[in-house]
Design a protein around this ligand. Structure first.
Ligand code: B16
Ligand code: MG
Length: 221
């Protein structure tokens, strides 16, 4: 079947905000006496802010037993740190290879959606100058179940009225790849083989991402 649409993750795919999320969680961890290293950070990618906090708290040397209000406080603090970092984003912060890939998809007359778990997605897209680049945007405000639940990706395909197996999802997180696979779509992973074992096609970074490479792996190259 010919592919009909691409659904792109935002953080860590279009731009390196995954690093900003990491820096913000590292600071929150330090404030709480919890070490947030890159291995723990892999498990924070793609999951919601509150679920990320739960995963950070689970790494505490001894249980902190925070109340719901205290958890809200730390989640808010993390977001304030993150929002300071994303103020600096500019169009030149689009990851290498992304502009070419988006153009090639457009020229091939396929639809483009964004599927992000972030409540800051629209702000980041604006800063990147990509607010008009997508036909449809799914962010955390529109869905009930975050990644690895397939809802983010299914929501985009349903909006377009497209069969799931003709959609291609692009992700940098294990949770996101699981969500794409659970939706019955073709998953493209960007990052290390360890973290993205379940991706149907994987590249190390966005410089290796080409439409022809993806379509060949999808089976119509
Ligand atoms: P926020 P994505 C995800 O965005 C991030 O990967 C994840 O690290 C973050 O916790 C989540 O958004 C929520 O973000 O705190 O800004 O609402 O990768 O799905 O674009
Ligand atoms: Mg991501």
């Amino acid at each position: 079947m010919q592919p009909t649409a691409f659904i792109f993750d935002l953080d860590g795919v279009l731009t390196d905000t995954a690093e900003f999320h990491y820096l913000a969680w590292k600071q929150i961890g330090a404030d709480l006496g919890i070490e947030v290293d890159r291995e723990l950070n892999e498990r924070l990618k793609g999951v919601s802010r509150m679920e990320s906090l739960e995963r950070v708290l689970a790494a505490a040397p001894r249980p902190l037993n925070l109340s719901a209000a205290e958890k809200e406080h730390w989640a808010t603090q993390k977001n304030l740190l993150y929002q300071e970092l994303i103020e600096t984003i500019r169009p030149s912060d689009r990851l290498p290879g992304i502009d070419g890939l988006l153009n090639d998809i457009r020229n091939a007359h396929m639809l483009l959606a964004l599927g992000s778990a972030s409540r800051n997605a629209r702000f980041v897209l604006e800063r990147l100058g990509l607010a008009d680049a997508f036909d449809y945007i799914v962010d955390a405000g529109q869905i009930r179940f975050g990644k690895p639940h397939p809802e983010t990706f299914v929501n985009a395909a349903d909006h377009f009225g497209l069969p799931y197996e003709t959609c291609i999802g692009v992700e940098d997180s294990a949770a996101g790849i699981a969500a794409i696979n659970a939706a019955g779509m073709f998953s493209v992973g960007i990052g290390s083989p360890d973290a993205l074992r379940e991706a149907k096609y994987r590249v190390d970074d966005t410089t290796r991402l080409t439409l022809s490479g993806i379509l060949e792996a999808y089976g119509i190259g």
